[in-house]
Write a protein that binds this ligand. Structure first.
Ligand SMILES: Nc1ncnc2c1ncn2[C@@H]1O[C@H](COP(=O)(O)OP(=O)(O)O)[C@@H](O)[C@H]1O
Ligand SMILES: [Mg+2]
Length: 446
């Protein structure tokens, strides 16, 4: 563990808060080996801080022999206030360098930050740690860090500068220079969407309403997601269009579809060994991948890379898409490679299906005889949401969506590839959920 950068007590500080960002390196000793780096900001004080006793990490003896008390910085208002001050210092010129940390500010007219904003950590399940500043801004601290440009910052900057209506504006970010000349990006600050509801919660809520009134049709039950699904498709189309226009287009070689199909077939072969239940679908899946190889040409562009309903928020201003970090676990450079937008579309389609099935499988409401009807209603909800999302997406893109036959082939293959991945995941982690991806595989080429 080593200290990276430190924000010392500013002259005007009320207390002796000091935040140091530590970088923790985790070396793996298993077969795959490798190492990962994690960011841990700690605040330290001469005196114990009762107000954040729950965030106490430990005590250390400083160089001067005095004991310092350490706390999780994300939970410490005084510590986060120092970071907020860094962003405010960067307001005029776009950059402020403070003791090893560089604050970068994207100026959005009318979005000056008030130094009096109070921070509080978000409590939801997430891989990074987010802290909100009243109802004005939200800062995401990247927990796992690696040198280079973080795609979440890069894409949000481009979409914010482009005036996109479908993302939370980027307000700024924090980075630090590494001794070897590289740059580590540590956190990003964004517009806080006050009226946001999580897309997955909304979708499962809609399914729950539908299944609570089995005697009613989708339209009558109040559990209809039609309008939301259509508008979400339109939102993704607009984001894809701006991404395509903003990042340099990169052509894929002649045999790119052959390579893509080859990778999908390899994943299928691997999955068959782990999930024998896939066997009955293997021939049809291979045929779906062969159809991709036969296309011969693949239009690629910058994409989201890890899209599902949990990465969408519905606000009073419409749908917003969040978290452009891409697939965690892959290096930044790989995540920035252009890919097919149909991969994102497939991710959303699988997510609609999960929303429906997860609710359906979470209890029969007490009456076993209702199970078949519940299953049917859930299937209808999923099919309808998927169809309308896709229609909204394609209609918004118009001719840019490409020929119908070609997009059908790509979408089928990406959906199949995703469902194969899910089958392996469920087999290993939640075997009772395997029917969800298997039902999707059943639909491929059927
Ligand atoms: N701009 C925002 N305004 C309000 N809430 C947000 C905003 N961005 C993210 N969130 C909330 O925080 C959660 C995690 O954000 P996300 O960017 O997906 O982080 P992670 O990389 O940890 O998955 C989201 O699911 C959402 O509930
Ligand atoms: Mg996320």
């Amino acid at each position: 563990m080593r200290g990276l950068a430190e924000l010392p007590v500013p002259e005007e500080a009320q207390d002796d808060a000091r935040v140091t960002v530590y970088l923790v390196t985790v070396d793996y000793t298993d077969d795959e080996g490798g190492s990962e780096q994690y960011q841990v900001p700690l605040s330290s004080y001469d005196d114990a801080q009762e107000r954040i006793a729950y965030a106490f990490v430990g005590s250390v003896e400083g160089g001067d022999g005095r004991i310092r008390h350490l706390y999780d910085g994300a939970h410490d208002r005084s510590a986060m206030a120092l970071w907020l001050q860094g962003f405010i210092a960067a307001e005029a010129s776009g950059t402020a360098q403070k003791d090893g940390m560089r604050f970068r500010r994207v100026s959005v007219p009318g979005q000056e930050l008030d130094p009096g904003l109070q921070s509080s950590p978000l409590t939801g399940e997430q891989s990074n740690s987010s802290v909100k500043f009243d109802d004005t801004a939200i800062m995401k601290l990247f927990r796992k860090v690696s040198p280079g440009v973080n795609p979440d910052i890069e894409i949000h900057e481009v979409l914010t500068r482009g005036g996109s209506d479908y993302v939370a504006d980027l307000y700024g970010w924090i980075e630090t220079d590494l001794p070897d000349g590289g740059v580590l990006q540590l956190a990003m600050l964004q517009e806080f969407l006050r009226t946001a509801s999580d897309g997955f919660e909304l979708a499962t809520g809609s399914v729950r309403t539908l299944l609570a009134h089995l005697e009613l049709s989708v339209e009558e039950s109040g559990g209809d997601f039609a309008g939301e699904a259509t508008r979400l498709g339109e939102a993704l189309a607009a984001v894809h269009r701006m991404l395509r226009d903003s990042f340099p287009a990169q052509g894929r070689g002649e045999d790119s579809t052959g390579e893509l199909a080859g990778a999908m077939i390899a994943r299928l072969e691997h999955a068959r060994r782990i999930v024998p239940e896939i066997e009955p679908y293997a021939d049809r899946l291979r045929a779906a991948y062969d159809a991709v190889a036969a296309l011969g040409r693949l239009d690629v562009q910058r994409v989201h890379g890890d899209l599902h309903l949990g990465q969408t928020l519905r606000t009073s201003q419409g749908w917003k898409i969040v978290d452009f970090e891409g697939e965690p676990g892959r290096p930044f450079a790989e995540r920035a490679l252009p890919d097919s937008p149909w991969r994102d579309v497939a991710g959303m389609l699988r997510s609609f299906d999960y929303a429906a099935r997860v609710v359906e499988m979470s209890g029969t409401g007490g009456d076993e005889t209702e199970a078949p009807l519940r299953a049917q209603r859930a299937r209808e909800w999923s099919a309808r949401a998927r169809r309308l999302f896709l229609e909204g997406y394609v209609a918004a893109l118009g001719a840019e969506a490409g020929p119908e036959q070609q997009r059908g082939v790509l979408l089928d293959a990406y959906v199949a590839d995703k469902a194969v991945y899910e089958a392996v995941y469920e087999k290993r982690n939640r075997p009772s959920w395997i029917p969800i991806p298997l039902a999707a595989l059943e639909r491929i080429g059927g």
